[in-house]
Design a protein around this ligand. Structure first.
Ligand code: NAD
Length: 299
Protein backbone atom coordinates (compact mmCIF):
# COMPACT_ATOMS: atom_id res chain seq x y z
CA UNK A 1 0.00 0.00 0.00
CA UNK A 2 1.42 3.37 -1.04
CA UNK A 3 1.86 6.26 1.33
CA UNK A 4 -0.62 9.12 1.20
CA UNK A 5 0.76 12.53 0.28
CA UNK A 6 -0.91 14.93 2.67
CA UNK A 7 -1.44 18.07 0.59
CA UNK A 8 -3.26 19.82 3.42
CA UNK A 9 -0.31 19.44 5.73
CA UNK A 10 2.27 20.56 3.15
CA UNK A 11 0.06 23.48 2.10
CA UNK A 12 -0.20 24.59 5.74
CA UNK A 13 3.59 24.60 5.90
CA UNK A 14 3.89 26.61 2.68
CA UNK A 15 1.39 29.13 4.03
CA UNK A 16 3.38 29.41 7.26
CA UNK A 17 6.58 30.04 5.23
CA UNK A 18 4.81 32.70 3.17
CA UNK A 19 3.47 34.32 6.32
CA UNK A 20 6.94 34.50 7.86
CA UNK A 21 8.45 35.91 4.65
CA UNK A 22 5.62 38.45 4.36
CA UNK A 23 6.34 39.61 7.91
CA UNK A 24 9.98 40.08 6.91
CA UNK A 25 8.95 42.06 3.86
CA UNK A 26 6.82 44.33 6.01
CA UNK A 27 9.68 44.83 8.48
CA UNK A 28 12.38 45.45 5.89
CA UNK A 29 10.49 47.30 3.21
CA UNK A 30 7.29 48.45 4.90
CA UNK A 31 5.46 46.51 2.23
CA UNK A 32 2.24 44.49 2.50
CA UNK A 33 1.54 42.18 -0.47
CA UNK A 34 -1.80 42.90 -2.11
CA UNK A 35 -3.92 40.46 -4.12
CA UNK A 36 -6.88 41.57 -6.26
CA UNK A 37 -9.31 38.86 -7.32
CA UNK A 38 -11.78 39.52 -10.12
CA UNK A 39 -14.87 37.36 -10.37
CA UNK A 40 -17.54 37.63 -13.06
CA UNK A 41 -21.06 36.28 -12.62
CA UNK A 42 -22.52 34.05 -9.96
CA UNK A 43 -20.99 30.63 -10.52
CA UNK A 44 -21.11 28.96 -7.06
CA UNK A 45 -17.80 27.10 -7.57
CA UNK A 46 -16.02 30.34 -8.54
CA UNK A 47 -17.54 32.06 -5.52
CA UNK A 48 -16.17 29.33 -3.25
CA UNK A 49 -12.70 29.38 -4.85
CA UNK A 50 -12.48 33.17 -4.62
CA UNK A 51 -13.56 33.28 -0.99
CA UNK A 52 -11.02 30.61 -0.03
CA UNK A 53 -8.26 32.51 -1.83
CA UNK A 54 -9.24 35.75 -0.06
CA UNK A 55 -9.34 34.02 3.31
CA UNK A 56 -5.95 32.40 2.72
CA UNK A 57 -4.48 35.77 1.70
CA UNK A 58 -5.76 37.43 4.87
CA UNK A 59 -4.37 34.62 7.03
CA UNK A 60 -0.82 35.21 5.80
CA UNK A 61 -1.12 38.97 6.34
CA UNK A 62 -1.78 40.10 2.76
CA UNK A 63 -4.26 42.73 1.71
CA UNK A 64 -6.89 41.37 -0.65
CA UNK A 65 -9.74 42.80 -2.65
CA UNK A 66 -12.56 41.05 -4.44
CA UNK A 67 -14.17 42.62 -7.50
CA UNK A 68 -17.48 40.86 -8.20
CA UNK A 69 -18.80 41.89 -11.59
CA UNK A 70 -22.22 41.18 -13.08
CA UNK A 71 -22.45 38.19 -15.43
CA UNK A 72 -23.27 40.48 -18.36
CA UNK A 73 -20.36 42.88 -17.80
CA UNK A 74 -18.88 44.13 -21.08
CA UNK A 75 -15.40 43.22 -22.27
CA UNK A 76 -14.50 46.93 -22.14
CA UNK A 77 -15.60 47.31 -18.52
CA UNK A 78 -13.66 44.21 -17.47
CA UNK A 79 -10.54 45.33 -19.32
CA UNK A 80 -10.85 48.77 -17.80
CA UNK A 81 -10.88 47.24 -14.29
CA UNK A 82 -7.81 45.14 -15.15
CA UNK A 83 -6.00 48.26 -16.41
CA UNK A 84 -6.92 50.11 -13.23
CA UNK A 85 -5.50 47.28 -11.11
CA UNK A 86 -2.37 47.20 -13.28
CA UNK A 87 -1.76 50.83 -12.32
CA UNK A 88 -2.55 50.43 -8.62
CA UNK A 89 0.71 50.28 -6.65
CA UNK A 90 -0.95 48.53 -3.69
CA UNK A 91 -1.93 45.61 -5.92
CA UNK A 92 0.95 43.19 -6.54
CA UNK A 93 -1.07 40.27 -7.82
CA UNK A 94 -4.14 40.14 -10.06
CA UNK A 95 -6.16 37.01 -10.50
CA UNK A 96 -9.11 36.72 -12.86
CA UNK A 97 -11.17 33.73 -11.77
CA UNK A 98 -11.92 31.36 -14.65
CA UNK A 99 -14.08 30.34 -16.40
CA UNK A 100 -15.42 33.67 -17.66
CA UNK A 101 -18.89 33.83 -19.25
CA UNK A 102 -18.90 32.96 -22.96
CA UNK A 103 -19.34 36.51 -24.31
CA UNK A 104 -15.98 37.54 -22.83
CA UNK A 105 -12.65 36.96 -24.56
CA UNK A 106 -10.67 35.08 -21.91
CA UNK A 107 -7.36 35.22 -23.81
CA UNK A 108 -7.60 38.98 -24.20
CA UNK A 109 -8.42 39.45 -20.51
CA UNK A 110 -5.52 37.27 -19.34
CA UNK A 111 -3.16 39.08 -21.72
CA UNK A 112 -4.28 42.45 -20.32
CA UNK A 113 -2.92 41.66 -16.84
CA UNK A 114 0.60 43.04 -16.47
CA UNK A 115 2.94 40.02 -16.57
CA UNK A 116 4.61 41.12 -13.30
CA UNK A 117 1.19 41.01 -11.58
CA UNK A 118 0.07 37.76 -13.21
CA UNK A 119 0.14 35.52 -10.14
CA UNK A 120 -1.64 32.71 -12.00
CA UNK A 121 1.20 32.45 -14.51
CA UNK A 122 -1.27 32.42 -17.42
CA UNK A 123 -0.04 35.50 -19.30
CA UNK A 124 1.58 34.64 -22.67
CA UNK A 125 4.83 36.28 -21.53
CA UNK A 126 4.97 34.06 -18.46
CA UNK A 127 3.97 30.98 -20.48
CA UNK A 128 6.78 31.85 -22.89
CA UNK A 129 9.24 32.30 -20.03
CA UNK A 130 8.37 28.84 -18.80
CA UNK A 131 8.92 27.38 -22.26
CA UNK A 132 12.29 29.11 -22.54
CA UNK A 133 13.34 28.23 -18.99
CA UNK A 134 13.53 31.84 -17.88
CA UNK A 135 12.29 33.26 -14.56
CA UNK A 136 8.64 34.26 -14.37
CA UNK A 137 5.43 33.36 -12.55
CA UNK A 138 4.56 29.69 -12.92
CA UNK A 139 1.00 28.27 -12.83
CA UNK A 140 0.05 27.43 -9.25
CA UNK A 141 -1.15 23.85 -9.61
CA UNK A 142 1.97 22.39 -11.26
CA UNK A 143 4.11 24.50 -8.92
CA UNK A 144 2.29 22.91 -5.99
CA UNK A 145 2.84 19.45 -7.44
CA UNK A 146 6.59 20.05 -7.68
CA UNK A 147 6.58 21.02 -4.05
CA UNK A 148 4.75 17.79 -3.17
CA UNK A 149 7.36 15.78 -5.08
CA UNK A 150 10.10 17.61 -3.24
CA UNK A 151 8.43 16.87 0.10
CA UNK A 152 8.44 13.12 -0.52
CA UNK A 153 12.04 13.22 -1.73
CA UNK A 154 11.13 12.41 -5.33
CA UNK A 155 13.67 14.01 -7.67
CA UNK A 156 12.27 13.88 -11.24
CA UNK A 157 15.78 13.79 -12.77
CA UNK A 158 16.13 10.74 -15.00
CA UNK A 159 12.64 9.45 -14.18
CA UNK A 160 9.90 8.72 -16.69
CA UNK A 161 7.10 11.23 -16.06
CA UNK A 162 3.73 10.81 -17.73
CA UNK A 163 1.31 13.75 -17.68
CA UNK A 164 -2.25 12.92 -18.68
CA UNK A 165 -4.04 16.06 -19.94
CA UNK A 166 -2.62 18.92 -21.99
CA UNK A 167 -4.46 22.00 -20.72
CA UNK A 168 -2.69 25.35 -20.59
CA UNK A 169 -3.22 25.63 -16.85
CA UNK A 170 -2.11 22.17 -15.67
CA UNK A 171 -0.93 19.58 -18.21
CA UNK A 172 1.34 21.64 -20.47
CA UNK A 173 3.08 23.69 -17.77
CA UNK A 174 3.45 20.54 -15.65
CA UNK A 175 5.18 18.76 -18.51
CA UNK A 176 7.57 21.68 -19.04
CA UNK A 177 8.35 21.99 -15.35
CA UNK A 178 9.14 18.27 -15.10
CA UNK A 179 11.31 18.55 -18.21
CA UNK A 180 13.15 21.42 -16.55
CA UNK A 181 13.87 19.08 -13.68
CA UNK A 182 15.33 16.57 -16.12
CA UNK A 183 12.53 14.02 -16.24
CA UNK A 184 11.80 12.17 -19.49
CA UNK A 185 8.30 13.47 -20.12
CA UNK A 186 5.37 12.05 -22.06
CA UNK A 187 2.18 14.09 -22.46
CA UNK A 188 -1.04 12.13 -23.01
CA UNK A 189 -4.43 13.29 -24.24
CA UNK A 190 -7.69 11.88 -25.54
CA UNK A 191 -6.01 10.11 -28.47
CA UNK A 192 -3.22 8.47 -26.48
CA UNK A 193 -2.98 4.80 -25.62
CA UNK A 194 -3.42 5.49 -21.90
CA UNK A 195 -2.97 1.99 -20.42
CA UNK A 196 0.36 1.53 -22.17
CA UNK A 197 1.73 5.04 -21.50
CA UNK A 198 0.57 5.14 -17.88
CA UNK A 199 2.13 1.76 -17.14
CA UNK A 200 5.59 3.17 -17.94
CA UNK A 201 5.38 6.13 -15.55
CA UNK A 202 7.64 6.52 -12.53
CA UNK A 203 5.82 9.79 -11.89
CA UNK A 204 2.20 9.97 -13.05
CA UNK A 205 0.28 13.26 -13.05
CA UNK A 206 -3.35 13.07 -14.14
CA UNK A 207 -5.32 16.26 -14.93
CA UNK A 208 -8.30 15.46 -17.12
CA UNK A 209 -11.56 15.93 -15.23
CA UNK A 210 -13.01 12.45 -15.89
CA UNK A 211 -13.88 10.46 -12.83
CA UNK A 212 -11.54 7.46 -12.30
CA UNK A 213 -10.36 7.53 -15.92
CA UNK A 214 -7.01 6.02 -14.99
CA UNK A 215 -7.40 2.49 -13.72
CA UNK A 216 -5.42 1.32 -10.73
CA UNK A 217 -4.16 -1.73 -12.64
CA UNK A 218 -2.37 0.49 -15.16
CA UNK A 219 -0.16 2.03 -12.48
CA UNK A 220 3.44 0.85 -12.49
CA UNK A 221 4.38 -0.72 -9.13
CA UNK A 222 6.28 1.86 -7.07
CA UNK A 223 5.09 4.87 -9.12
CA UNK A 224 4.33 8.25 -7.57
CA UNK A 225 0.74 9.12 -8.47
CA UNK A 226 -0.51 12.71 -8.46
CA UNK A 227 -4.24 13.08 -9.07
CA UNK A 228 -5.27 16.62 -10.01
CA UNK A 229 -8.84 15.80 -11.03
CA UNK A 230 -11.80 17.12 -9.09
CA UNK A 231 -15.06 15.40 -9.98
CA UNK A 232 -18.30 15.52 -8.06
CA UNK A 233 -19.93 12.26 -7.04
CA UNK A 234 -23.71 11.76 -7.00
CA UNK A 235 -23.66 12.07 -3.19
CA UNK A 236 -21.88 15.43 -3.42
CA UNK A 237 -18.43 14.10 -2.42
CA UNK A 238 -15.32 14.59 -4.53
CA UNK A 239 -13.43 11.98 -6.50
CA UNK A 240 -10.29 12.18 -8.63
CA UNK A 241 -9.28 11.09 -12.12
CA UNK A 242 -7.50 7.98 -10.79
CA UNK A 243 -9.15 4.84 -9.45
CA UNK A 244 -7.76 5.51 -6.00
CA UNK A 245 -8.08 2.28 -3.98
CA UNK A 246 -6.47 0.02 -6.61
CA UNK A 247 -3.86 2.59 -7.61
CA UNK A 248 -2.87 3.04 -3.95
CA UNK A 249 -2.07 -0.66 -3.72
CA UNK A 250 0.57 -0.33 -6.46
CA UNK A 251 1.90 3.22 -5.95
CA UNK A 252 4.75 4.16 -3.62
CA UNK A 253 3.07 7.52 -2.94
CA UNK A 254 -0.34 8.84 -3.98
CA UNK A 255 -2.35 12.02 -3.46
CA UNK A 256 -5.90 11.72 -2.15
CA UNK A 257 -8.85 13.68 -3.57
CA UNK A 258 -9.73 15.87 -1.77
CA UNK A 259 -6.75 16.90 0.37
CA UNK A 260 -3.96 16.32 -2.16
CA UNK A 261 -3.22 18.81 -4.91
CA UNK A 262 -6.13 21.19 -4.25
CA UNK A 263 -4.78 22.88 -1.09
CA UNK A 264 -1.38 23.31 -2.78
CA UNK A 265 -2.86 25.43 -5.57
CA UNK A 266 -4.02 28.13 -3.16
CA UNK A 267 -0.77 27.96 -1.17
CA UNK A 268 1.26 28.52 -4.35
CA UNK A 269 -0.95 31.45 -5.33
CA UNK A 270 0.11 33.07 -2.05
CA UNK A 271 3.75 32.34 -2.81
CA UNK A 272 3.43 33.83 -6.30
CA UNK A 273 1.82 36.94 -4.84
CA UNK A 274 4.59 37.29 -2.27
CA UNK A 275 7.18 37.00 -5.01
CA UNK A 276 5.40 39.57 -7.18
CA UNK A 277 5.42 41.98 -4.22
CA UNK A 278 9.08 41.23 -3.55
CA UNK A 279 10.05 41.92 -7.14
CA UNK A 280 7.98 45.10 -7.10
CA UNK A 281 9.85 46.26 -4.01
CA UNK A 282 13.15 45.81 -5.80
CA UNK A 283 14.29 43.14 -3.36
CA UNK A 284 16.40 40.51 -4.99
CA UNK A 285 17.37 36.91 -4.68
CA UNK A 286 15.95 34.45 -2.28
CA UNK A 287 12.25 34.94 -2.71
CA UNK A 288 12.08 34.70 -6.48
CA UNK A 289 13.18 31.14 -7.06
CA UNK A 290 11.59 28.64 -4.70
CA UNK A 291 13.31 25.65 -6.28
CA UNK A 292 17.06 25.83 -6.71
CA UNK A 293 18.20 25.25 -10.27
CA UNK A 294 14.69 25.54 -11.63
CA UNK A 295 15.34 28.60 -13.75
CA UNK A 296 16.94 27.07 -16.79
CA UNK A 297 15.88 24.54 -19.32
CA UNK A 298 18.93 22.34 -19.53
CA UNK A 299 19.80 20.18 -22.47
P1 NAD B 1 -9.22 20.88 -19.17
O1 NAD B 1 -10.62 20.42 -19.44
O2 NAD B 1 -8.78 22.22 -19.57
O3 NAD B 1 -8.21 19.83 -19.83
C1 NAD B 1 -8.40 18.45 -19.74
C2 NAD B 1 -7.38 17.75 -20.58
O4 NAD B 1 -7.64 16.36 -20.55
C3 NAD B 1 -7.39 18.15 -22.05
O5 NAD B 1 -6.08 18.50 -22.39
C4 NAD B 1 -7.82 16.92 -22.79
O6 NAD B 1 -7.06 16.72 -23.98
C5 NAD B 1 -7.51 15.79 -21.84
N1 NAD B 1 -8.45 14.68 -21.99
C6 NAD B 1 -9.78 14.74 -22.13
N2 NAD B 1 -10.30 13.50 -22.23
C7 NAD B 1 -9.27 12.64 -22.14
C8 NAD B 1 -9.15 11.23 -22.19
N3 NAD B 1 -10.21 10.46 -22.33
N4 NAD B 1 -7.93 10.70 -22.06
C9 NAD B 1 -6.84 11.47 -21.91
N5 NAD B 1 -6.89 12.83 -21.85
C10 NAD B 1 -8.10 13.39 -21.98
O7 NAD B 1 -9.00 20.62 -17.62
P2 NAD B 1 -7.94 21.22 -16.56
O8 NAD B 1 -8.28 22.63 -16.31
O9 NAD B 1 -6.57 20.83 -16.92
O10 NAD B 1 -8.41 20.38 -15.27
C11 NAD B 1 -8.36 18.98 -15.23
C12 NAD B 1 -8.95 18.49 -13.93
O11 NAD B 1 -8.16 18.99 -12.87
C13 NAD B 1 -10.36 18.96 -13.64
O12 NAD B 1 -11.03 17.97 -12.91
C14 NAD B 1 -10.15 20.18 -12.77
O13 NAD B 1 -11.26 20.42 -11.91
C15 NAD B 1 -8.97 19.74 -11.98
N6 NAD B 1 -8.14 20.86 -11.47
C16 NAD B 1 -7.79 20.79 -10.18
C17 NAD B 1 -6.98 21.77 -9.64
C18 NAD B 1 -6.58 21.66 -8.22
O14 NAD B 1 -6.13 22.61 -7.65
N7 NAD B 1 -6.68 20.49 -7.62
C19 NAD B 1 -6.52 22.82 -10.43
C20 NAD B 1 -6.88 22.85 -11.77
C21 NAD B 1 -7.69 21.83 -12.30
Amino acid sequence: MGQLIDGKEVAARVRAEVKAEAALLRERWGLVPGLAVVRVGDDPASRTYVSSKKKAAAEVGFLSWEYALEADVSQEALLSLVHQLNEDAAVHGILVQLPLPGHLDTDAVLAAVRPEKDVDGFHPVNAGSLLLGRPGARPCTPLGILRLLEEIGCDPAGKRAVVVGRSNIVGKPMALMLLQRHATVTVCHSRSDLPSEVSRADILVVAVGVRELVKGDWVRPGAVVIDVGINRREDGGLVGDVEFARAAQRASFITPVPGGVGPMTVAMLLRNTLEAATRGAGASGTLTEPFPGAGRLAR
